[in-house]
Design a protein around this ligand. Structure first.
Ligand code: 13P
Length: 268
């Protein structure tokens, strides 16, 4: 039995402008009103330019949705053209930030040290980082998944001495599963997340049992429930299936049903 509340976050990446965002969140809100998903922490993670509009819809419609951002500056302020600070995001109602998504690591050269600094900036701003980790296809093939995860998570937790495990999440997103239609098997996702929890214990002690660990990579309504069955998987980070209200509501419904019908009982 776990008391870690399930969390499902929809990462829209570089999709949907603010007008499209308003339509999606409005429709999502209508669908959620007819469903029992109260036990699931639900997060939408739109592009920066949508945040204000999405937050207005959430507020006006009193939706039980948290607002996330896809990235944040490692700096609090200064001459950093193009950057957005954690304090700016907090002022817009953002409470959660994806940190070190593999697409940021690959396309914008974020190394482990930059991911750690960004996670620290997120916490300084009072926001919850979802620290993303995961191995590439090549690393998986040569058997170095555990080593890669240890390096990536160790860099962050080593730099965040004394972090509150309830103000932090980790997402295991194997790069080979992102956007490919081939998700990890529940067994593989479960063993990677169990490995991450063991690694977290080295820094957080027994607090690691309160850390929420998500799986991401080709998640949809059809495989969401089975991916949540392993005891160390506490949530899902969803990409393309979160780009429509029907798709995201489908995932949320599957997660809520799974938690209701299994030994897992969210209480927090
Ligand atoms: P997909 O669900 O489209 O594979 O994307 C996963 C992801 O990168 C979420 O952050």
């Amino acid at each position: 039995m776990t008391d870690r509340r399930p969390i499902v976050a929809g990462n829209w990446k570089l999709h949907l402008d603010h007008v499209e965002a308003v339509h999606l969140v409005t429709e999502l809100g209508m669908r959620l009103r007819t469903m029992d998903v109260a036990g699931v922490d639900t997060v939408v993670v739109p592009p920066f330019t949508d945040l204000r509009s999405v937050s207005s819809v959430i507020e006006a419609e009193k939706l039980d949705l948290a607002l996330g951002a896809q990235h944040v500056s490692e700096f609090d302020q200064g001459a950093y053209t193009g950057e957005v600070s954690a304090a700016m995001l907090a002022r817009l109602g953002v409470t959660i930030v994806l940190v070190g998504h593999s697409e940021r690591r690959t396309h914008y050269h974020m190394d482990d040290a930059a991911v750690a600094r960004t996670a620290a900036a997120t916490l300084r701003g009072g926001l919850i980082p979802i620290v993303c980790v995961g191995e590439s296809e090549v690393e998986r093939a040569d058997g170095s998944t555990e080593e890669v995860l240890a390096r990536q998570l160790g860099a962050v937790l080593g730099a965040l001495d004394g972090a509150d495990p309830e103000r932090l999440c980790v997402a295991y997103e194997p790069i080979w599963a992102i956007g490919t239609g081939t998700a990890a098997t529940p067994e593989d996702a479960g063993s990677a997340c169990a490995h991450l929890r063991k690694l977290a214990e080295q820094h957080l002690g027994e607090g690691a049992s309160r850390l929420r660990i998500l799986y991401g990579g080709s998640v949809g309504a059809d495989n969401a429930a089975e991916l949540l069955l392993p005891s160390d998987v506490d949530g899902l980070l969803v990409g393309s299936a979160s780009l429509t209200a029907a798709g995201f509501a489908g995932v949320l419904g599957a997660v809520a049903d799974c938690y209701r019908s299994t030994r897992r009982s969210p209480r927090r």
